[in-house]
Ligand binder design. Structure first.
Ligand code: AGP
Length: 614
Protein backbone atom coordinates (compact mmCIF):
# COMPACT_ATOMS: atom_id res chain seq x y z
CA UNK A 1 0.00 0.00 0.00
CA UNK A 2 3.04 2.23 0.31
CA UNK A 3 4.90 3.74 -2.62
CA UNK A 4 8.61 3.13 -3.08
CA UNK A 5 11.09 4.80 -5.40
CA UNK A 6 14.87 4.59 -5.72
CA UNK A 7 17.45 6.22 -7.99
CA UNK A 8 21.13 5.72 -8.74
CA UNK A 9 22.86 7.70 -11.47
CA UNK A 10 24.61 10.94 -12.27
CA UNK A 11 21.73 13.38 -11.73
CA UNK A 12 20.58 14.81 -8.42
CA UNK A 13 18.42 12.12 -6.84
CA UNK A 14 15.95 14.19 -4.81
CA UNK A 15 13.96 15.82 -7.66
CA UNK A 16 13.67 12.40 -9.30
CA UNK A 17 12.58 10.76 -6.06
CA UNK A 18 10.02 13.47 -5.27
CA UNK A 19 8.59 13.35 -8.78
CA UNK A 20 8.30 9.61 -8.49
CA UNK A 21 6.62 9.94 -5.11
CA UNK A 22 4.14 12.45 -6.52
CA UNK A 23 3.07 9.83 -9.02
CA UNK A 24 2.80 7.25 -6.27
CA UNK A 25 1.03 9.40 -3.73
CA UNK A 26 -2.20 7.55 -4.51
CA UNK A 27 -0.67 4.43 -2.96
CA UNK A 28 -0.20 5.90 0.49
CA UNK A 29 -0.42 9.43 1.68
CA UNK A 30 -0.14 9.76 5.42
CA UNK A 31 3.58 10.55 5.43
CA UNK A 32 6.57 10.61 3.11
CA UNK A 33 10.33 10.68 3.22
CA UNK A 34 13.61 10.42 1.32
CA UNK A 35 17.15 9.32 2.15
CA UNK A 36 20.06 10.49 0.00
CA UNK A 37 23.70 9.57 0.07
CA UNK A 38 26.28 12.33 -0.38
CA UNK A 39 30.00 12.24 0.40
CA UNK A 40 29.59 9.05 2.38
CA UNK A 41 26.79 10.40 4.56
CA UNK A 42 23.09 9.47 4.44
CA UNK A 43 20.72 12.42 4.96
CA UNK A 44 17.08 11.70 5.73
CA UNK A 45 13.97 13.87 5.64
CA UNK A 46 10.61 12.48 6.73
CA UNK A 47 7.35 14.25 7.28
CA UNK A 48 3.89 13.23 8.41
CA UNK A 49 1.05 14.40 6.19
CA UNK A 50 0.86 14.96 2.48
CA UNK A 51 3.89 14.83 0.25
CA UNK A 52 3.82 18.58 -0.31
CA UNK A 53 4.87 19.10 3.33
CA UNK A 54 8.03 17.11 2.66
CA UNK A 55 8.59 18.96 -0.61
CA UNK A 56 8.29 22.36 1.08
CA UNK A 57 10.72 21.22 3.72
CA UNK A 58 13.26 20.09 1.16
CA UNK A 59 12.88 23.38 -0.73
CA UNK A 60 14.05 25.14 2.43
CA UNK A 61 16.93 22.75 2.94
CA UNK A 62 17.92 20.82 -0.20
CA UNK A 63 19.54 17.40 0.03
CA UNK A 64 22.34 16.81 -2.50
CA UNK A 65 23.33 13.35 -3.74
CA UNK A 66 23.03 11.12 -6.78
CA UNK A 67 21.73 8.00 -5.09
CA UNK A 68 18.67 7.82 -2.88
CA UNK A 69 15.40 6.20 -1.90
CA UNK A 70 11.93 7.59 -1.19
CA UNK A 71 8.63 6.44 0.25
CA UNK A 72 4.99 7.42 0.66
CA UNK A 73 3.35 5.65 3.57
CA UNK A 74 0.02 4.07 4.37
CA UNK A 75 0.41 3.31 8.06
CA UNK A 76 0.04 -0.23 9.36
CA UNK A 77 2.34 -0.24 12.44
CA UNK A 78 2.61 3.02 14.28
CA UNK A 79 0.57 6.16 13.76
CA UNK A 80 1.39 8.51 10.91
CA UNK A 81 3.89 10.84 12.59
CA UNK A 82 7.34 12.02 11.51
CA UNK A 83 9.34 9.38 13.31
CA UNK A 84 7.28 6.53 11.86
CA UNK A 85 7.69 7.77 8.30
CA UNK A 86 10.20 5.98 6.07
CA UNK A 87 13.11 5.71 5.31
CA UNK A 88 14.29 4.17 8.55
CA UNK A 89 17.97 4.17 9.43
CA UNK A 90 20.34 2.41 11.80
CA UNK A 91 21.70 4.47 14.71
CA UNK A 92 24.94 5.36 12.90
CA UNK A 93 23.02 6.21 9.71
CA UNK A 94 24.95 3.93 7.40
CA UNK A 95 21.89 1.96 6.29
CA UNK A 96 18.47 3.25 5.19
CA UNK A 97 15.44 1.15 4.26
CA UNK A 98 12.06 1.80 2.68
CA UNK A 99 9.47 -0.89 3.00
CA UNK A 100 6.06 -1.98 1.79
CA UNK A 101 4.20 -4.81 3.51
CA UNK A 102 4.00 -6.19 7.02
CA UNK A 103 6.69 -7.98 9.01
CA UNK A 104 4.44 -10.50 10.71
CA UNK A 105 7.02 -11.59 13.30
CA UNK A 106 8.01 -8.03 14.11
CA UNK A 107 7.14 -8.22 17.82
CA UNK A 108 9.41 -11.17 18.72
CA UNK A 109 12.12 -9.71 16.48
CA UNK A 110 11.86 -6.35 18.18
CA UNK A 111 12.04 -7.96 21.60
CA UNK A 112 15.06 -9.97 20.55
CA UNK A 113 16.85 -6.92 19.15
CA UNK A 114 15.99 -4.81 22.20
CA UNK A 115 17.39 -7.53 24.46
CA UNK A 116 20.63 -7.19 22.47
CA UNK A 117 20.68 -3.50 23.30
CA UNK A 118 19.16 -2.05 20.12
CA UNK A 119 17.18 1.13 20.75
CA UNK A 120 14.22 1.62 18.46
CA UNK A 121 13.42 5.09 17.14
CA UNK A 122 9.97 4.33 15.71
CA UNK A 123 6.91 2.16 16.29
CA UNK A 124 7.14 0.56 12.86
CA UNK A 125 7.73 -3.03 11.89
CA UNK A 126 10.10 -1.72 9.20
CA UNK A 127 12.73 -0.73 11.72
CA UNK A 128 13.48 -4.36 12.61
CA UNK A 129 14.62 -4.85 8.99
CA UNK A 130 17.17 -2.05 9.34
CA UNK A 131 18.55 -3.41 12.59
CA UNK A 132 18.73 -6.95 11.25
CA UNK A 133 20.69 -5.82 8.20
CA UNK A 134 22.88 -3.73 10.50
CA UNK A 135 23.52 -6.78 12.68
CA UNK A 136 24.82 -8.81 9.71
CA UNK A 137 26.83 -5.91 8.28
CA UNK A 138 28.48 -5.46 11.71
CA UNK A 139 29.39 -9.15 11.54
CA UNK A 140 31.35 -8.41 8.36
CA UNK A 141 28.87 -9.44 5.67
CA UNK A 142 28.64 -7.49 2.40
CA UNK A 143 25.37 -5.55 2.06
CA UNK A 144 23.73 -7.99 -0.32
CA UNK A 145 24.43 -10.93 1.96
CA UNK A 146 23.44 -9.05 5.08
CA UNK A 147 20.13 -8.13 3.41
CA UNK A 148 19.58 -11.71 2.32
CA UNK A 149 20.22 -13.00 5.83
CA UNK A 150 17.84 -10.44 7.28
CA UNK A 151 15.13 -11.30 4.77
CA UNK A 152 15.36 -14.98 5.64
CA UNK A 153 14.34 -14.15 9.19
CA UNK A 154 11.30 -12.09 8.23
CA UNK A 155 7.79 -13.55 8.02
CA UNK A 156 5.10 -12.02 5.84
CA UNK A 157 4.94 -10.30 2.49
CA UNK A 158 7.43 -7.50 2.15
CA UNK A 159 9.13 -5.39 -0.49
CA UNK A 160 12.16 -3.25 0.39
CA UNK A 161 14.88 -1.05 -1.01
CA UNK A 162 18.13 -0.62 0.92
CA UNK A 163 20.68 2.17 0.64
CA UNK A 164 24.03 2.00 2.42
CA UNK A 165 26.86 4.47 2.94
CA UNK A 166 29.21 1.50 3.23
CA UNK A 167 28.51 0.39 -0.34
CA UNK A 168 27.52 3.65 -2.03
CA UNK A 169 27.53 2.33 -5.58
CA UNK A 170 24.38 0.25 -5.31
CA UNK A 171 20.80 -0.16 -4.15
CA UNK A 172 19.56 -3.51 -2.94
CA UNK A 173 15.92 -4.35 -3.49
CA UNK A 174 13.91 -7.43 -2.63
CA UNK A 175 10.45 -8.86 -2.74
CA UNK A 176 9.05 -11.45 -0.36
CA UNK A 177 5.55 -12.67 -1.11
CA UNK A 178 2.88 -10.52 -2.64
CA UNK A 179 3.24 -7.23 -0.79
CA UNK A 180 3.24 -5.19 -3.93
CA UNK A 181 5.74 -5.43 -6.69
CA UNK A 182 9.20 -4.12 -7.35
CA UNK A 183 10.00 -2.85 -10.79
CA UNK A 184 13.53 -2.01 -11.88
CA UNK A 185 13.88 0.66 -14.57
CA UNK A 186 16.79 0.68 -17.02
CA UNK A 187 17.65 4.29 -17.88
CA UNK A 188 20.14 5.71 -20.37
CA UNK A 189 23.62 7.02 -19.55
CA UNK A 190 24.40 5.13 -16.38
CA UNK A 191 21.24 5.59 -14.39
CA UNK A 192 18.83 3.09 -12.92
CA UNK A 193 15.52 3.26 -11.09
CA UNK A 194 13.60 1.13 -8.63
CA UNK A 195 9.92 1.55 -7.76
CA UNK A 196 6.90 -0.17 -6.37
CA UNK A 197 4.85 0.89 -9.43
CA UNK A 198 5.45 1.85 -13.02
CA UNK A 199 4.09 5.45 -12.93
CA UNK A 200 6.98 6.45 -10.64
CA UNK A 201 9.58 5.81 -13.31
CA UNK A 202 7.72 6.02 -16.62
CA UNK A 203 8.94 9.53 -17.36
CA UNK A 204 12.51 8.19 -17.35
CA UNK A 205 12.25 4.80 -18.96
CA UNK A 206 9.86 2.20 -20.28
CA UNK A 207 12.47 -0.59 -20.19
CA UNK A 208 11.80 -2.49 -17.02
CA UNK A 209 12.23 -5.80 -15.22
CA UNK A 210 9.90 -7.06 -12.49
CA UNK A 211 11.03 -8.91 -9.39
CA UNK A 212 9.22 -12.13 -8.62
CA UNK A 213 8.38 -12.99 -5.00
CA UNK A 214 11.46 -14.47 -3.37
CA UNK A 215 13.88 -12.49 -5.53
CA UNK A 216 16.29 -9.71 -4.75
CA UNK A 217 18.37 -7.46 -6.98
CA UNK A 218 21.58 -5.52 -6.80
CA UNK A 219 21.08 -2.33 -8.80
CA UNK A 220 24.10 -0.28 -9.83
CA UNK A 221 24.47 2.64 -12.26
CA UNK A 222 25.18 0.15 -15.03
CA UNK A 223 22.40 -2.36 -14.61
CA UNK A 224 20.89 -4.92 -12.32
CA UNK A 225 21.58 -8.49 -11.28
CA UNK A 226 18.74 -10.56 -9.90
CA UNK A 227 19.12 -13.41 -7.43
CA UNK A 228 16.91 -15.78 -5.53
CA UNK A 229 16.91 -15.56 -1.76
CA UNK A 230 19.17 -18.59 -1.86
CA UNK A 231 21.73 -16.56 -3.76
CA UNK A 232 21.28 -18.17 -7.16
CA UNK A 233 21.52 -15.69 -10.04
CA UNK A 234 18.54 -15.59 -12.43
CA UNK A 235 18.46 -14.00 -15.89
CA UNK A 236 17.16 -10.44 -16.03
CA UNK A 237 14.20 -10.17 -18.40
CA UNK A 238 13.80 -6.62 -19.61
CA UNK A 239 10.45 -5.73 -21.16
CA UNK A 240 9.22 -2.51 -22.72
CA UNK A 241 5.91 -1.31 -21.29
CA UNK A 242 3.40 0.30 -23.65
CA UNK A 243 2.13 3.02 -21.26
CA UNK A 244 3.53 6.51 -21.52
CA UNK A 245 3.72 9.15 -18.85
CA UNK A 246 0.95 11.36 -20.22
CA UNK A 247 -1.47 8.61 -19.21
CA UNK A 248 -0.46 9.16 -15.59
CA UNK A 249 -0.92 12.95 -15.61
CA UNK A 250 -4.00 14.98 -14.72
CA UNK A 251 -3.84 17.36 -17.65
CA UNK A 252 -6.65 19.90 -17.62
CA UNK A 253 -8.78 17.95 -15.13
CA UNK A 254 -9.07 19.01 -11.51
CA UNK A 255 -8.81 15.44 -10.30
CA UNK A 256 -7.60 12.12 -11.68
CA UNK A 257 -11.02 10.65 -10.93
CA UNK A 258 -12.76 13.07 -13.28
CA UNK A 259 -10.12 12.49 -15.93
CA UNK A 260 -10.50 8.74 -15.61
CA UNK A 261 -14.31 8.93 -15.79
CA UNK A 262 -13.90 10.85 -19.03
CA UNK A 263 -11.33 8.40 -20.35
CA UNK A 264 -13.89 5.61 -20.34
CA UNK A 265 -14.98 5.80 -23.99
CA UNK A 266 -11.32 5.55 -25.01
CA UNK A 267 -10.62 2.83 -22.43
CA UNK A 268 -13.57 0.78 -23.70
CA UNK A 269 -12.35 1.14 -27.27
CA UNK A 270 -8.90 -0.04 -26.20
CA UNK A 271 -10.20 -3.03 -24.29
CA UNK A 272 -12.34 -4.11 -27.27
CA UNK A 273 -9.64 -3.39 -29.89
CA UNK A 274 -7.85 -6.40 -31.27
CA UNK A 275 -10.17 -8.82 -29.52
CA UNK A 276 -13.28 -8.75 -31.69
CA UNK A 277 -14.08 -8.75 -35.35
CA UNK A 278 -17.41 -6.98 -35.65
CA UNK A 279 -17.92 -8.19 -39.23
CA UNK A 280 -17.79 -11.87 -38.29
CA UNK A 281 -18.50 -11.71 -34.56
CA UNK A 282 -15.32 -13.60 -33.77
CA UNK A 283 -13.63 -13.03 -30.42
CA UNK A 284 -10.13 -14.06 -29.34
CA UNK A 285 -7.88 -13.11 -26.44
CA UNK A 286 -4.23 -13.70 -27.32
CA UNK A 287 -3.29 -14.04 -23.66
CA UNK A 288 -6.18 -16.36 -22.77
CA UNK A 289 -5.95 -19.36 -25.07
CA UNK A 290 -9.24 -21.22 -24.90
CA UNK A 291 -10.05 -24.45 -26.72
CA UNK A 292 -13.50 -25.75 -27.62
CA UNK A 293 -12.73 -28.87 -25.63
CA UNK A 294 -11.85 -26.93 -22.48
CA UNK A 295 -14.87 -24.62 -22.80
CA UNK A 296 -17.18 -27.62 -23.08
CA UNK A 297 -15.56 -29.45 -20.20
CA UNK A 298 -15.76 -26.45 -17.91
CA UNK A 299 -18.02 -27.32 -14.98
CA UNK A 300 -17.91 -24.08 -13.06
CA UNK A 301 -16.23 -20.70 -12.84
CA UNK A 302 -15.40 -19.30 -9.42
CA UNK A 303 -15.04 -15.54 -9.69
CA UNK A 304 -13.24 -13.68 -6.96
CA UNK A 305 -12.14 -10.10 -6.32
CA UNK A 306 -12.40 -7.20 -3.86
CA UNK A 307 -14.33 -3.94 -3.78
CA UNK A 308 -15.14 -2.47 -7.16
CA UNK A 309 -13.52 -5.41 -8.91
CA UNK A 310 -15.85 -7.73 -6.99
CA UNK A 311 -18.84 -5.82 -8.34
CA UNK A 312 -17.70 -6.65 -11.89
CA UNK A 313 -17.93 -10.34 -11.02
CA UNK A 314 -21.63 -9.97 -10.15
CA UNK A 315 -22.27 -8.71 -13.67
CA UNK A 316 -19.96 -11.38 -15.09
CA UNK A 317 -22.00 -14.08 -13.38
CA UNK A 318 -25.22 -12.95 -15.07
CA UNK A 319 -23.52 -12.72 -18.47
CA UNK A 320 -21.70 -16.06 -18.36
CA UNK A 321 -24.64 -17.97 -16.93
CA UNK A 322 -27.12 -16.47 -19.39
CA UNK A 323 -24.97 -16.82 -22.48
CA UNK A 324 -22.69 -19.80 -21.87
CA UNK A 325 -24.84 -21.65 -19.31
CA UNK A 326 -21.79 -22.31 -17.13
CA UNK A 327 -22.52 -22.06 -13.40
CA UNK A 328 -20.63 -19.16 -11.85
CA UNK A 329 -19.99 -18.58 -8.18
CA UNK A 330 -18.77 -15.21 -7.02
CA UNK A 331 -16.95 -14.74 -3.76
CA UNK A 332 -15.27 -11.80 -2.10
CA UNK A 333 -11.58 -12.66 -2.20
CA UNK A 334 -10.98 -12.13 1.52
CA UNK A 335 -13.52 -14.90 2.19
CA UNK A 336 -12.41 -17.26 -0.56
CA UNK A 337 -9.54 -19.11 1.02
CA UNK A 338 -11.38 -19.57 4.31
CA UNK A 339 -14.51 -20.91 2.66
CA UNK A 340 -13.07 -24.32 1.80
CA UNK A 341 -14.35 -23.86 -1.78
CA UNK A 342 -15.30 -26.93 -3.79
CA UNK A 343 -12.91 -26.79 -6.72
CA UNK A 344 -11.49 -29.32 -9.14
CA UNK A 345 -9.45 -29.34 -12.33
CA UNK A 346 -12.49 -28.87 -14.58
CA UNK A 347 -13.11 -25.51 -12.99
CA UNK A 348 -11.68 -22.06 -13.44
CA UNK A 349 -10.88 -19.51 -10.78
CA UNK A 350 -11.21 -16.11 -12.41
CA UNK A 351 -9.83 -13.15 -10.47
CA UNK A 352 -10.48 -9.52 -11.36
CA UNK A 353 -8.03 -6.91 -10.14
CA UNK A 354 -6.99 -3.49 -11.39
CA UNK A 355 -3.67 -3.56 -9.57
CA UNK A 356 -3.08 -7.28 -9.82
CA UNK A 357 -1.43 -6.94 -6.41
CA UNK A 358 -4.37 -7.08 -3.98
CA UNK A 359 -3.27 -9.46 -1.24
CA UNK A 360 -6.68 -11.08 -0.72
CA UNK A 361 -7.18 -11.65 -4.43
CA UNK A 362 -3.72 -13.16 -4.83
CA UNK A 363 -4.38 -15.43 -1.85
CA UNK A 364 -7.65 -16.57 -3.44
CA UNK A 365 -5.79 -17.31 -6.66
CA UNK A 366 -3.22 -19.37 -4.74
CA UNK A 367 -6.07 -21.29 -3.15
CA UNK A 368 -7.59 -21.99 -6.57
CA UNK A 369 -4.26 -23.13 -7.98
CA UNK A 370 -3.59 -25.31 -4.98
CA UNK A 371 -6.93 -27.05 -5.52
CA UNK A 372 -6.16 -27.76 -9.16
CA UNK A 373 -8.25 -25.12 -10.96
CA UNK A 374 -7.15 -23.28 -14.06
CA UNK A 375 -6.39 -19.68 -13.10
CA UNK A 376 -7.65 -16.80 -15.19
CA UNK A 377 -7.30 -13.14 -14.38
CA UNK A 378 -8.60 -9.83 -15.68
CA UNK A 379 -5.97 -7.28 -14.69
CA UNK A 380 -4.81 -3.82 -15.58
CA UNK A 381 -1.29 -3.37 -14.26
CA UNK A 382 1.17 -4.88 -16.66
CA UNK A 383 3.59 -7.31 -15.09
CA UNK A 384 1.54 -7.52 -11.89
CA UNK A 385 1.58 -10.59 -9.75
CA UNK A 386 -1.95 -11.69 -10.73
CA UNK A 387 -1.07 -11.37 -14.40
CA UNK A 388 1.99 -13.52 -13.97
CA UNK A 389 0.38 -16.07 -11.70
CA UNK A 390 -2.58 -16.73 -14.02
CA UNK A 391 -2.61 -19.48 -16.63
CA UNK A 392 -4.34 -17.01 -18.91
CA UNK A 393 -5.30 -13.36 -18.55
CA UNK A 394 -7.21 -10.53 -20.16
CA UNK A 395 -5.58 -7.15 -19.78
CA UNK A 396 -8.03 -4.30 -19.20
CA UNK A 397 -5.96 -1.96 -21.37
CA UNK A 398 -7.20 1.18 -19.66
CA UNK A 399 -3.77 2.68 -18.86
CA UNK A 400 -2.77 3.69 -15.36
CA UNK A 401 -5.65 4.36 -12.98
CA UNK A 402 -4.41 6.83 -10.38
CA UNK A 403 -7.53 7.87 -8.49
CA UNK A 404 -8.12 5.58 -5.53
CA UNK A 405 -11.78 5.39 -6.54
CA UNK A 406 -11.85 3.02 -9.46
CA UNK A 407 -13.87 4.02 -12.54
CA UNK A 408 -12.43 3.00 -15.89
CA UNK A 409 -11.12 -0.18 -14.27
CA UNK A 410 -14.76 -0.99 -13.45
CA UNK A 411 -16.32 -0.49 -16.87
CA UNK A 412 -13.52 -2.09 -18.93
CA UNK A 413 -13.64 -5.49 -17.17
CA UNK A 414 -17.44 -5.48 -17.57
CA UNK A 415 -16.79 -5.41 -21.30
CA UNK A 416 -14.05 -8.03 -21.01
CA UNK A 417 -16.50 -10.28 -19.19
CA UNK A 418 -19.14 -9.64 -21.86
CA UNK A 419 -16.67 -10.70 -24.54
CA UNK A 420 -15.56 -13.71 -22.49
CA UNK A 421 -19.17 -14.80 -21.99
CA UNK A 422 -19.82 -14.62 -25.74
CA UNK A 423 -16.62 -16.52 -26.50
CA UNK A 424 -17.48 -19.28 -24.03
CA UNK A 425 -21.04 -19.48 -25.32
CA UNK A 426 -19.77 -19.72 -28.87
CA UNK A 427 -17.25 -22.45 -28.07
CA UNK A 428 -19.96 -24.39 -26.29
CA UNK A 429 -22.18 -24.17 -29.34
CA UNK A 430 -24.82 -22.03 -27.70
CA UNK A 431 -24.92 -19.23 -30.25
CA UNK A 432 -25.80 -19.12 -33.91
CA UNK A 433 -23.33 -17.12 -36.04
CA UNK A 434 -26.04 -14.47 -36.37
CA UNK A 435 -26.59 -14.19 -32.61
CA UNK A 436 -22.86 -13.96 -32.03
CA UNK A 437 -22.49 -11.28 -34.66
CA UNK A 438 -25.29 -9.29 -33.15
CA UNK A 439 -23.90 -9.46 -29.60
CA UNK A 440 -20.41 -8.52 -30.77
CA UNK A 441 -21.77 -5.84 -33.06
CA UNK A 442 -23.17 -3.87 -30.10
CA UNK A 443 -19.65 -3.31 -28.82
CA UNK A 444 -18.76 -0.86 -31.56
CA UNK A 445 -21.43 1.56 -30.29
CA UNK A 446 -20.58 1.25 -26.62
CA UNK A 447 -17.93 4.03 -26.40
CA UNK A 448 -20.42 6.35 -28.13
CA UNK A 449 -23.17 5.47 -25.63
CA UNK A 450 -20.86 6.30 -22.75
CA UNK A 451 -20.00 9.59 -24.51
CA UNK A 452 -23.70 10.41 -24.57
CA UNK A 453 -23.93 9.97 -20.80
CA UNK A 454 -20.84 12.11 -20.26
CA UNK A 455 -22.44 14.82 -22.39
CA UNK A 456 -25.10 15.16 -19.66
CA UNK A 457 -22.52 15.91 -16.98
CA UNK A 458 -23.99 19.33 -16.20
CA UNK A 459 -27.26 17.74 -15.18
CA UNK A 460 -25.51 15.33 -12.82
CA UNK A 461 -23.59 18.25 -11.34
CA UNK A 462 -26.84 20.11 -10.66
CA UNK A 463 -28.35 17.13 -8.84
CA UNK A 464 -25.12 16.54 -6.92
CA UNK A 465 -25.22 20.15 -5.66
CA UNK A 466 -28.79 19.65 -4.56
CA UNK A 467 -28.07 16.47 -2.58
CA UNK A 468 -24.50 17.09 -1.40
CA UNK A 469 -25.53 17.62 2.23
CA UNK A 470 -27.42 14.33 2.56
CA UNK A 471 -26.25 12.06 5.35
CA UNK A 472 -27.43 8.72 3.95
CA UNK A 473 -28.42 7.23 0.63
CA UNK A 474 -29.91 3.92 -0.42
CA UNK A 475 -28.90 2.60 -3.85
CA UNK A 476 -31.24 -0.01 -5.31
CA UNK A 477 -30.84 -2.29 -8.29
CA UNK A 478 -31.89 -5.72 -9.49
CA UNK A 479 -30.53 -8.49 -11.65
CA UNK A 480 -27.62 -7.41 -13.77
CA UNK A 481 -27.83 -3.89 -12.33
CA UNK A 482 -27.74 -4.91 -8.69
CA UNK A 483 -23.98 -4.50 -9.05
CA UNK A 484 -24.55 -0.99 -10.43
CA UNK A 485 -26.30 -0.09 -7.18
CA UNK A 486 -23.50 -1.61 -5.09
CA UNK A 487 -20.84 0.15 -7.10
CA UNK A 488 -22.66 3.50 -7.11
CA UNK A 489 -22.94 3.32 -3.30
CA UNK A 490 -19.29 2.36 -2.91
CA UNK A 491 -18.21 5.30 -5.06
CA UNK A 492 -20.23 7.72 -2.96
CA UNK A 493 -19.12 6.46 0.43
CA UNK A 494 -15.42 6.12 -0.35
CA UNK A 495 -14.88 9.65 -1.62
CA UNK A 496 -17.63 11.72 0.04
CA UNK A 497 -17.80 9.86 3.40
CA UNK A 498 -21.59 9.89 3.11
CA UNK A 499 -23.12 6.67 4.33
CA UNK A 500 -24.52 4.82 1.33
CA UNK A 501 -25.92 1.31 1.05
CA UNK A 502 -26.20 -0.70 -2.14
CA UNK A 503 -29.13 -3.11 -1.88
CA UNK A 504 -30.94 -5.63 -4.07
CA UNK A 505 -34.19 -3.75 -4.60
CA UNK A 506 -36.36 -6.78 -3.88
CA UNK A 507 -34.89 -6.97 -0.41
CA UNK A 508 -35.99 -3.46 0.52
CA UNK A 509 -39.30 -4.66 1.95
CA UNK A 510 -37.44 -7.06 4.26
CA UNK A 511 -35.85 -4.35 6.35
CA UNK A 512 -34.37 -1.23 4.76
CA UNK A 513 -37.80 0.15 3.93
CA UNK A 514 -38.01 1.11 7.61
CA UNK A 515 -35.29 3.68 6.98
CA UNK A 516 -37.16 5.55 4.30
CA UNK A 517 -38.26 9.12 4.84
CA UNK A 518 -37.58 12.49 3.24
CA UNK A 519 -33.97 12.41 4.51
CA UNK A 520 -33.09 9.13 2.84
CA UNK A 521 -32.70 9.60 -0.90
CA UNK A 522 -33.13 6.43 -2.94
CA UNK A 523 -30.92 6.11 -6.00
CA UNK A 524 -32.69 3.59 -8.20
CA UNK A 525 -31.02 1.94 -11.18
CA UNK A 526 -33.96 1.38 -13.53
CA UNK A 527 -32.78 0.99 -17.12
CA UNK A 528 -34.65 -1.05 -19.68
CA UNK A 529 -33.54 -4.52 -18.70
CA UNK A 530 -35.44 -7.71 -17.83
CA UNK A 531 -35.92 -6.49 -14.24
CA UNK A 532 -37.46 -3.16 -15.23
CA UNK A 533 -41.06 -3.84 -14.18
CA UNK A 534 -39.96 -5.10 -10.78
CA UNK A 535 -37.76 -2.06 -10.28
CA UNK A 536 -40.54 0.37 -11.13
CA UNK A 537 -42.75 -1.04 -8.40
CA UNK A 538 -39.90 -0.71 -5.89
CA UNK A 539 -39.37 2.91 -6.89
CA UNK A 540 -43.07 3.54 -6.33
CA UNK A 541 -42.86 1.96 -2.88
CA UNK A 542 -39.91 4.17 -1.96
CA UNK A 543 -41.70 7.25 -3.22
CA UNK A 544 -44.83 6.46 -1.25
CA UNK A 545 -42.70 6.38 1.95
CA UNK A 546 -41.60 9.94 1.26
CA UNK A 547 -38.07 9.21 0.07
CA UNK A 548 -36.71 11.45 -2.70
CA UNK A 549 -35.90 9.28 -5.73
CA UNK A 550 -33.03 9.78 -8.14
CA UNK A 551 -33.32 7.30 -10.98
CA UNK A 552 -30.92 6.11 -13.64
CA UNK A 553 -33.23 5.34 -16.53
CA UNK A 554 -33.45 4.93 -20.27
CA UNK A 555 -34.25 7.96 -22.39
CA UNK A 556 -37.92 8.23 -23.21
CA UNK A 557 -39.12 6.35 -20.12
CA UNK A 558 -42.23 8.34 -19.20
CA UNK A 559 -43.20 6.14 -16.28
CA UNK A 560 -40.00 6.83 -14.41
CA UNK A 561 -40.15 10.53 -15.32
CA UNK A 562 -43.48 10.71 -13.50
CA UNK A 563 -42.43 8.99 -10.30
CA UNK A 564 -38.78 10.05 -9.79
CA UNK A 565 -37.66 13.43 -8.47
CA UNK A 566 -34.58 13.44 -10.66
CA UNK A 567 -33.52 11.25 -13.55
CA UNK A 568 -30.05 10.57 -14.94
CA UNK A 569 -30.86 9.59 -18.49
CA UNK A 570 -28.87 6.97 -20.37
CA UNK A 571 -29.33 5.99 -24.02
CA UNK A 572 -31.17 2.84 -24.96
CA UNK A 573 -28.63 -0.01 -24.98
CA UNK A 574 -28.90 -3.80 -25.08
CA UNK A 575 -29.66 -4.92 -21.54
CA UNK A 576 -26.45 -6.92 -21.12
CA UNK A 577 -24.46 -3.73 -21.60
CA UNK A 578 -26.61 -1.52 -19.35
CA UNK A 579 -24.22 -1.86 -16.35
CA UNK A 580 -21.41 -0.27 -18.39
CA UNK A 581 -23.49 2.78 -19.21
CA UNK A 582 -25.65 3.10 -16.08
CA UNK A 583 -22.71 3.39 -13.68
CA UNK A 584 -21.31 6.49 -15.41
CA UNK A 585 -23.79 9.05 -14.01
CA UNK A 586 -23.34 7.51 -10.57
CA UNK A 587 -19.57 7.91 -10.82
CA UNK A 588 -20.08 11.57 -11.76
CA UNK A 589 -22.65 12.02 -8.99
CA UNK A 590 -20.22 10.74 -6.34
CA UNK A 591 -17.39 12.77 -7.85
CA UNK A 592 -19.26 16.08 -7.86
CA UNK A 593 -20.56 15.64 -4.34
CA UNK A 594 -17.05 14.97 -3.00
CA UNK A 595 -15.51 17.75 -5.09
CA UNK A 596 -18.17 20.28 -4.02
CA UNK A 597 -17.67 19.28 -0.38
CA UNK A 598 -14.02 20.19 -0.91
CA UNK A 599 -12.77 16.70 -0.13
CA UNK A 600 -9.61 15.06 -1.35
CA UNK A 601 -11.26 13.14 -4.16
CA UNK A 602 -8.24 11.24 -5.46
CA UNK A 603 -6.85 10.29 -2.07
CA UNK A 604 -9.75 9.65 0.29
CA UNK A 605 -8.93 9.14 3.94
CA UNK A 606 -7.81 5.73 5.20
CA UNK A 607 -7.69 4.23 1.72
CA UNK A 608 -4.90 3.23 -0.64
CA UNK A 609 -4.95 2.26 -4.29
CA UNK A 610 -3.51 -1.22 -3.93
CA UNK A 611 -4.38 -3.10 -0.78
CA UNK A 612 -1.39 -5.36 -0.42
CA UNK A 613 -2.07 -6.41 3.16
CA UNK A 614 -4.61 -8.92 4.32
C1 AGP B 1 -12.52 1.03 -5.69
O1 AGP B 1 -12.97 2.31 -5.87
C2 AGP B 1 -11.74 0.77 -4.51
N1 AGP B 1 -10.66 1.66 -4.41
C3 AGP B 1 -11.44 -0.68 -4.14
O2 AGP B 1 -12.65 -1.24 -3.81
C4 AGP B 1 -10.71 -1.60 -5.16
O3 AGP B 1 -11.54 -1.85 -6.25
C5 AGP B 1 -10.30 -2.89 -4.46
O4 AGP B 1 -9.39 -2.58 -3.43
C6 AGP B 1 -9.70 -3.91 -5.39
O5 AGP B 1 -8.52 -3.46 -5.99
P1 AGP B 1 -7.89 -4.21 -7.23
O6 AGP B 1 -8.84 -4.08 -8.36
O7 AGP B 1 -6.59 -3.49 -7.48
O8 AGP B 1 -7.69 -5.62 -6.84
Amino acid sequence: MCGIVGYIGERQAVPILLNGLKRLEYRGYDSAGVAVLHNGVISVKRRAGKLRILIEDIEQEPLPGTVGIGHTRWATHGEPIDRNAHPHVNPVRTIAVVHNGIVENFLPLREELESEGVRFQSDTDTEVIVHLIDRFVAAGRPLVEATREALRILKGSNAIVVLSALEPDKLITARLGNAGGIVIGFGEDGEMFVASDLPAILEHTRRVAFLEPGQMAVVTRNGARIFTLEGEEVPVQVTTVPWDISAAEKGAYKHFMLKEIHEQPRALMDTIAGRVDVRTGEIAFSTLPLSKDFARRLKKIHMTACGTAYHTTLVGKVLIERLARIPVETMIASEFRYADPIIDEDMVVLAVSQSGETADTLAAMHEGKHRGATLWAIVNVIGSQAMRMADGYISMQVGPEISVASTKAYTAPLVDLYMLAILLADLRGRLTPQQRKELVGHLQYLPGWVEQVLAREEEVYRVARKYMRMKNALYLGRGINMATAYEGALKLKEISYIHAEGYPAGEMKHGPIALLDEDMPVIAVVPQDPWYEKMISQVEQAKSRGAPVIAVATEGDERIAEVADEVFWIPEVPWMLTPVVAIVPLQLFAYYIAAELGLDVDQPRNLAKSVTVE
